[in-house]
Design a protein around this ligand. Structure first.
Ligand code: UT7
Length: 331
């Protein structure tokens, strides 16, 4: 009988280092409202967003991903040549083929296996889970995971449902073997029956400059779903990690809207003293980049520290969602 060898990898994995890139250009609500029929007060009250960052004109999605990735490699002490896999979570890479990941790997000087994950705002948490399993399964020694978006390219500045929400940025982590488990089992799933709620058209007849590929969103539908459905997903992620809510130091939900974060935290009945990410206030909603950017903001402000136990939950287009309990990396 022919036997196919199946290997096992690291007994435990963790995020070894984090790196982010926030574009320099700060965009205020007043600037958004020069074109959008809205107001600073409405935007802050309904979304919590005060400012967000947009990439500069010549600053590409790959430029942002490269900076974040180089910082993550440095923070983790891993060389690009030691990466076994590069995964980019994004919805705003401008080509279907080639994917962003092989282009990024090349820029870093890596010949690793490289592919993109398309799971909307949940992409980073999906990719993190896949990365951990690759290392645990022995198919990669180290995996670079990048969440990056250049959503400013894909927004209709006059659309009251999206123009003030989305923004640009990149966050990256290196996943590798660890002495102590640092990435818990994922709780994830999808509800394609609500796929119409967030869309970005790729119809060929819309591929002209007159009809750019704008993101459209029925925000209220997302609002009705996320704070309730994600509370169950969060509880499942904590249970699967063998922990309780009392074991958490930090809560980092996808930075969709401050009101969603606060309603979700209330529904979860998080114990007092758990630090809650509120990066949406100054970063806007950066989709697949929002979770690593929010972690970075908390590490930089001192609200959280490397080694803290954090619950990550991301959700968005698909509708798709994923969450896990992690140990925070160093930045
Ligand atoms: O990251 C991917 C997942 N996406 C999200 O998680 C986004 C989730 N959804 C949201 O963040 C919110 O639904 C929004 C911030 C997009 C909108 O907030 P909302 O509380 O759901 O507002 P709404 O659409 O129900 O509109 C409320 C009111 C309406 O006026 P009336 O009918 O009450 O008089 C709208 O016409 O606000 C009006 N309105 C606006 N006014 C000023 C809607 N959009 C705007 C606007 N500026 N941009």
């Amino acid at each position: 009988m022919t036997t196919i060898n199946q290997q096992a990898g690291a007994a435990a994995t963790a995020m070894l280092g984090l790196g982010v890139h926030r574009p320099e250009r700060v965009v205020t609500n007043d600037e958004i409202c020069e074109v959008l029929d809205s107001s600073d007060e409405w935007i802050q009250t309904r979304s919590g967003i005060r400012t967000r960052r947009y990439a500069a004109e010549g600053e590409s999605l790959l430029d942002m991903a490269t900076i974040a990735a180089e910082r993550a490699l440095k923070a983790s002490g891993v060389a690009a040549g030691d990466l076994g896999t590069v995964i980019v979570a994004t919805s705003t890479h401008v080509q279907h083929t080639p994917a962003a990941a092989p282009l990024l790997a090349d820029r870093l000087g890596s010949r690793a296996a490289a592919f993109d994950v398309s799971a909307g705002c949940a992409g980073f948490c999906h990719a993190l889970s896949v990365a951990s399993d690759l290392v645990r399964g022995g198919n990669a020694g180290y995996v670079l995971v990048v969440g990056v978006e250049r959503l400013s390219t894909f927004m209709d500045p006059t659309d009251r449902g999206t123009a003030f929400i989305f923004a640009d940025g990149a966050g990256a982590v290196v996943v590798g073997p660890a002495d102590e488990a640092g990435i818990g089992p994922v709780a994830w799933g999808s509800d394609g029956s609500q796929s119409h709620v967030i869309t970005q058209s790729v119809r060929c007849d819309e591929l002209s400059p007159e009809h750019p590929l704008f993101v459209r969103m029925e925000g209220t539908q997302v609002f009705r779903w996320a704070p309730f459905a994600m509370a169950d997903v969060a509880r499942t992620a904590v249970e699967r990690a063998g922990l309780t809510l009392d074991d958490l130091d930090v809560f980092v939900p996808h930075q969709a809207n401050l009101r969603i974060t606060e309603t979700l935290a209330r529904n979860l009945k998080l114990p007092e003293g758990i630090a809650i990410a509120r990066d949406v206030q100054d970063s806007g909603n950066t989709s697949a980049a929002s979770v690593p950017l929010a972690i970075d903001a908390m590490l930089s402000s001192g609200e959280a520290k490397p080694g803290d136990i954090a619950l990550l939950i991301a959700f968005g287009a698909g509708l798709s969602y994923a969450g896990q309990v992690v140990r925070l990396p160093r930045a």
